[in-house]
Design a binder for this molecule. Structure first.
Ligand code: COA
Ligand code: ZN
Length: 306
């Protein structure tokens, strides 16, 4: 794919450590520490960062300082900051705080949807329609994630047709991107490939993004499978930190530095500096006061000849 005169094809990585990662970590980082994390992600080359969520502070206390985080992030580097929002109040807060993109979530199963956002699947699609209208009127990007697409912590296996039906409904709102999330890290490459192939048919012309938790160590294999179907945007979390407060036993997103190592070696360009990411990951361990799951952070990048 790469040759001396060919430009490498791009894979874009959205770092979700500041939101998806930190919201489920046992450590409580201060606003300043969160801003410093984002600064380090940007310094390593990130151009898209999920910086905050604007949800009920009672539901997710660790994200209560979204406004203050957004006020502190570096603004001169052309980075797009997204914020997770689940209702009208959330999108209004995100716009006011200067988010460049809002990311909504529709859970694929009823039980998990109730646990996560106290709404049925149909209600949360309605909420997304309103969020999308408001965000669009404010001129900011919209993306929406269908979560628990490979399996649900409460209902077990999830029918692919159910997921694809939701994708088709969400595509009606013409978001800039639709993401499919394996929230509890149960998916395998064959399943993931089929889901993304189906989603591409249901959402023609809309970019697709993959979001994989590494709970059962299948996330990198799933990313490779999604790449094969043409997906070029993935969420990942520095160090692999995270989980989900509403999904028992869920663990972190796939580690950014592991995805970057893999896709660089596959010949793609990400614009990211692997060494800087590993350094940031080591810094993050220090801030959290515990180790992170990333293997690449321990092993380093490809060995240089000595
Ligand atoms: N920002 C700040 N506060 C909010 C809010 C928002 N976006 N949305 C709701 N609230 C507050 C309300 O003011 C209310 O506060 P009060 O009890 O002091 O009056 C309380 O939260 C409940 O509001 P209500 O509209 O009745 O919501 P709900 O109880 O039906 O809960 C959600 C729905 C979506 C607001 C809530 O479940 C939530 O924020 N969940 C977070 C889920 C999440 O972030 N998951 C992880 C990522 S997918
Ligand atoms: Zn997630």
């Amino acid at each position: 794919m790469t040759g001396p005169d060919q430009q490498a094809e791009r894979v874009q990585i959205v770092d979700v450590a500041p939101r998806d990662g930190l919201q489920a970590d046992p450590a409580d980082l201060s606003t300043d520490q969160k801003v410093e994390l984002i600064r380090r992600l940007v310094a390593a080359g990130h151009t898209r960062v999920e910086a905050a969520s604007f949800v009920s502070p009672k539901a997710v206390p660790k994200m209560a300082d979204g406004e203050a985080v957004m006020a502190g992030v570096p603004r001169d580097e052309g980075v797009s900051y997204s914020a997770l929002v689940l209702n009208q109040r959330g999108v209004e807060r995100a716009i006011e705080a200067g988010a460049d993109e809002v990311c909504g979530v529709v859970v694929a199963t009823e039980t998990f949807s109730q646990a996560n956002q106290r709404a049925s699947v149909a209600e949360s699609i309605q909420r997304w329609r309103a969020i999308s209208d408001t965000a669009r009127a404010a001129g900011i990007r919209t993306s929406v994630t269908v979560s628990a697409v490979c399996g649900c912590p409460y209902e077990g296996r999830v029918d692919a047709d159910r997921v694809l039906g939701i994708v088709a409904e969400l595509a009606e709102t013409q978001p800039d991107e639709v993401a499919l999330a394996d929230t509890i890290g149960v998916g395998v490459p064959t399943q993931v490939a089929a889901l993304f192939e189906g989603a591409a048919q249901q959402a023609p012309g809309i970019a697709l993004r993959g979001h994989f938790h590494n709970t059962r160590n299948t996330a990198l294999a799933n990313i490779a499978a999604a790449i094969d179907t043409g997906v070029r945007v993935f969420d990942s979390s520095l160090g692999g930190v995270g989980g989900c407060p509403f999904a028992p036993r869920a663990t972190g997103n796939v580690a950014t530095e592991e995805v970057v190592y893999m896709v660089h070696e596959m010949g793609f360009d990400t614009g990211l500096d692997l060494d800087a990411l590993i350094e940031a990951s080591t810094w993050l361990e220090g801030q959290l006061g515990h180790g992170v799951p990333s293997l690449v952070a321990k092993a380093g990048g490809f060995p240089q000849p000595r």
